[in-house]
Design a protein around this ligand. Structure first.
Ligand code: PLP
Length: 409
């Protein structure tokens, strides 16, 4: 494999001559954001676990109304920490939506716990509370709710189910920083929230980054050691401060090895500055989404998820459902959009139980009739913050024309 092929493995920037490409990041950095990184490079005393990490954590706690926030290297590892903090053992089960990014489920499998796939709700396209209840057994210990595409999952219903059955709740907020239900921020409902600042997210700390939020003080006390190799400060008052060494290593959770999921100071400094712009970014994404929804309201072949009253859906990605036209389906529509109109539409997610990884690891079994039926008709538009008006008009126009072409073929 040569260098170029390797670079293409991520699926971003794949060749092709697109009039509307699919960029790898949401928005360019401002000069203030660039300055924040350079300042750390020039002036910071240490480059990890310092004042910028603490400041970012405090800023995030304030922004999202959570009790505790811990900056980490990515959301995949925030999810691993959250599952570890649920203190599960082999044979326990965690209910996970089958329609999400793979990290949500990998965190469960990687810690030796069983994944149970939950089906998709027909209207919201998020995890179905009805199906969660159907999947609960005596071995169920936790639920992971994903606020997919920036749309809040039905947290009031999920919290009710968790309370009734004594289950932990992890919110995967990777795609939803700033999403809320009746003013309550996603990430503040469950026991844990996991946020991502990866390159394509609404704000990005130089390509990778994440935050774990924690509700209880007891769980929060375990995070610093679990996040960094079990290392803790020695208690004050030692006669010789260096005896036996500068730090001590201890396990936080019996039977659980600690990790190193730390994030650098420059990323945290950038995170604090970007957080000030997050509401504006979210506002622009919402306006773009609203515009496309309105412009395609007269095109019944294309449908969107329903946003319940009081839900702030960020439109982090723009997924649509194609009901078919002229006996043709989603892939025929995508063929026209890609080849005739040069719009880089993609299929965002595939039911995780169908991927070879999950099948090989023993989690291919599923009972998700809605998702099995639904996913084959879904597709996503190229998406970033600040799509020019004329590009939005071109996309909408092209979708309408492509559907007419299918009808008349
Ligand atoms: C729903 C969801 N969960 C988890 C992750 C993992 O985030 P990260 O790339 O920060 O590990 C992502 C990233 O795309 C995601 O979309």
């Amino acid at each position: 494999m040569d260098k170029k092929q390797k670079a293409d493995v991520s699926g971003r920037g794949l060749g092709g001559d697109f009039k509307v490409p699919f960029p790898g990041k949401m928005s360019p950095y401002t000069q203030d954001e660039i300055n924040a990184v350079v300042d750390v490079m020039k002036n910071a005393d240490g480059l990890t676990q310092g004042q910028h990490m603490r400041q970012f954590q405090e800023d995030f706690e304030r922004y999202s109304g959570v009790n505790h926030a811990f900056a980490v290297d990515n959301a995949s590892n925030a999810l691993v920490l959250a599952v570890a903090l649920c203190k599960l053992k082999a044979g326990d089960e965690v209910i996970v939506p089958a329609y999400t990014f793979c990290s949500t489920a990998i965190a469960v499998g990687a810690l030796g716990v069983d994944i149970v796939w939950a089906d998709t709700d027909e209207k919201s396209w998020n995890i179905s509370p009805k199906d969660i209840e159907r999947k609960i057994t005596s071995r169920t210990k936790a639920i992971i709710a994903v606020h997919l595409l920036g749309m809040p999952a039905d947290m009031p219903a999920i919290m009710e189910i968790a309370k009734k059955h004594g289950l932990k709740v992890i919110e995967d907020c990777a795609q939803a920083p700033g999403a809320s239900i009746n003013g309550q921020m996603c990430g503040s409902f469950g026991d844990f929230g996991c946020f991502s600042f990866q390159t394509a997210k609404n704000i990005s700390t130089l390509g990778e980054g994440g935050i774990l939020t924690v509700k209880s003080d007891e769980d929060a006390a375990l995070v610093p050691g679990l996040r960094f190799v079990g290392a803790k400060a020695f208690p004050e008052g030692r006669e010789r401060y260096w005896v036996p060494a500068m730090s001590t290593v201890d396990e936080d959770i019996t039977g659980q090895w600690p990790f190193n999921f730390c994030i650098g100071e420059a990323q945290c400094a950038l995170g604090s500055v970007m957080l000030k712009r997050l509401n504006d970014i979210n506002g622009t994404l919402i306006a773009q989404g609203d515009k496309i929804r309105a412009a395609l309201a007269d095109t019944p072949e294309v449908t969107f998820n329903t946003i319940p009253k009081g839900y702030k859906h960020l439109h982090h990605q723009f997924v649509m459902h194609f009901e078919g036209a002229g006996g043709k389906g989603r892939d025929d529509l995508m063929d026209i959009l890609v080849n005739d109109y040069k719009i880089k539409v993609i299929v965002q997610y595939y039911p995780l139980y169908n991927f070879p990884l999950f099948e090989k690891m023993g989690f291919g079994e599923h009972d998700c009739p809605v998702l099995d039926e639904w996913w084959g008709s879904s597709f996503s538009l190229p998406w970033w913050c600040g799509i020019p008006e004329e590009t939005i008009d071109y996309i909408v126009d092209s979708v309408k024309k492509a559907i007419e072409q299918l009808k008349s073929a």
